[in-house]
Design a protein around this ligand. Structure first.
Ligand code: BG6
Length: 487
């Protein structure tokens, strides 16, 4: 069913809006989820006209539109207001535009606000939305918030309080775009629709779980933001821990947002708080030096634009988390994430426990691999007999993979996530309890690093990160299952 709604985007001239939001809204338009009764108000500081804004929108969807007329018709739903988020007068104008468009498009007072700009303004915007009665209690009123949600527990809590002054938790949708990825959503199916897996998804059968988010790219033009953030806050506090929670949770009583959230929150609450000694041993940080990726030479992180030449910011993190639940107590969840690594790939490896071998030959563990990107799918490796007279074992792989970008099979995460918000489905969003618990843990690691109690390893661009990240697993008698250097 098509939604009736006025969508207001704060940060309409930004990169994210052009690259992700407009194309995603257009796909929703093409599939009929948005049709006649919607309008978009774009706001940003720049003094754009409606015509210019429309041309920006058209340009961002050119490849997706069936015809120039279709693109233009869609862009006709877009309105622009030059806006200084600190200026109350501007919200009065915004209210007028909102009221007019609500009538024109018969949007039944439904409102969706998208905060896609510097997070320090989120609180100010939320406050004004209420004081100027743009949020007026009529129709549905929902808020989408882009990351980062704070930079530590204290700033995240403050931001949350500010948002709660205007919106309830149920109305706040904190985006984690990984939760919109096809194969991350598929984890529910793999785990809870297959007795084969669900029955052995616990510490009796699983030796360890490995999560890799590898990027070939460097910091690109985001040096200014990234140098203040680092990989721990940029990738671990959100994406890594969210993914971990889906892998570690117990089966929800139903496939509903409430039941899933209940189980996810339990995982966050049971994340083990490491001791000071463990904090030093279990988490590794690194920063890329210059090096070669796919035959191309790259500069070091410290030479990147807008990065402090003496920066101590990490571009790589690896470590082991533990979940103190009946299901997973003592099972390490190893993770690593880094920029300028050998290859781009997000993979999860579930490594099953070894059984005793009667074959006079050691056994390879069974491994279930979930490929999240760039290919999507999964594979299961088992031991079989090699063809031939002699009885020798060899690993066999059941492999199901698609190249989603080539087939166009998977939706863009933002499209899925905006669709969910329109349908009031918060399953694939981060809830406050989860965000709070994740910051508590991240702050502990960050504190040790701030005191320089662990080294910052320098790894070559094009490698798979510092040696220390390999040694960490060796200490647990494990090894990284995915090594893109072995092809
Ligand atoms: C973002 C991070 O959340 O995720 C970026 O801020 C990172 O630093 C990006 O590059 C990775 O997302 P994806 O979808 O390209 O794997």
């Amino acid at each position: 069913m098509s939604s009736k709604v006025i969508i207001t985007i704060f940060g309409a001239s930004g990169d994210l809006a052009k690259r992700k939001l407009y194309p995603s809204l257009f796909r929703l338009y093409k599939s009929g989820n948005l049709s006649k009764h919607f309008a978009v108000i774009g706001t940003a500081r720049r003094p754009w006209s409606k015509e210019y804004f429309e041309s920006v929108v058209v340009e961002s969807i050119t490849d997706l539109a069936d015809s120039p007329e279709q693109a233009q018709e869609f862009a006709g739903h877009f309105y622009y207001q030059s806006h200084d988020v600190q200026d109350t007068e501007h919200y009065i104008e915004l209210k007028k535009l909102q009221t007019r468009l609500n009538q024109e498009y018969q949007a039944e007072h439904n409102k969706l606000f998208f905060l896609s700009m510097a997070p320090q303004f989120f609180g100010t915007i939320a406050k004004h939305l209420k004081s100027e009665q743009i949020v007026d209690g009529q129709g549905f009123e929902r808020l989408i918030v882009e990351k980062p949600f704070g930079t530590d527990l204290s700033t995240a809590s403050q931001l949350n309080q500010e948002l709660l002054a205007t919106f309830d938790e149920e109305q706040i949708f904190r985006i984690d775009h990984y939760l919109g990825k096809e194969m991350i959503q598929n984890i529910f199916a793999i785990r809870f629709a297959n007795s084969l897996f669900e029955n052995i998804w616990n510490r009796n059968y699983i030796d360890n779980i490995q999560i890799t988010f590898a990027e070939q790219l460097g910091v690109e033009e985001r040096g200014g933001y990234y140098d203040q953030s680092g990989a721990l806050r940029d990738m671990v506090q959100n994406h890594t821990l969210q993914l971990l929670s889906l892998l570690a949770m117990d089966m929800p009583s139903a496939f509903t947002k409430e039941a899933i959230r209940t189980e996810k929150v339990k995982v966050f609450e049971r994340l083990r708080k490491p001791s000071q000694e463990e904090l030093k041993k279990l988490f590794i940080r690194g920063q890329y030096k210059s090096g070669t990726v796919d035959g191309k030479k790259y500069i070091s992180y410290r030479s990147e634009p807008n990065v402090n030449p003496e920066s101590e910011t990490e571009t790589f993190v690896s470590g082991a988390f533990f979940v103190d639940s009946e299901r997973f107590r003592h099972v390490p969840f190893f993770f690593r994430t880094g920029k300028r690594l050998t290859a781009k790939g997000t993979h999860v490896n579930i490594v099953f426990k070894q059984m005793d071998s009667i074959f006079g030959q050691s056994l390879e563990p069974n491994v279930l691999t979930i490929y999240i990107q760039p290919t999507e799918g999964f594979s299961l490796s088992v031991n079989g007999k090699e063809v031939g007279e002699q009885f020798r074992l060899a690993p066999i792989s059941f492999d199901y993979r698609t190249d989603a970008t080539a087939t166009g099979a998977s939706q863009e995460p933002y499209e899925k996530l905006i669709f969910d918000v329109l349908n009031n489905d918060s399953t694939n969003f981060s809830h406050w309890d989860e965000v709070r618990a994740s910051w508590e843990l991240i702050d502990q690691i960050e504190a040790i690093w701030q005191e320089n109690q662990v080294p910052l390893h320098h790894y070559e661009a094009g490698s798979m990160g510092p040696e220390a990240a390999f040694e960490l697993l060796q200490e647990f008698g494990a090894k990284w299952q995915w090594d893109p250097r072995e092809k």
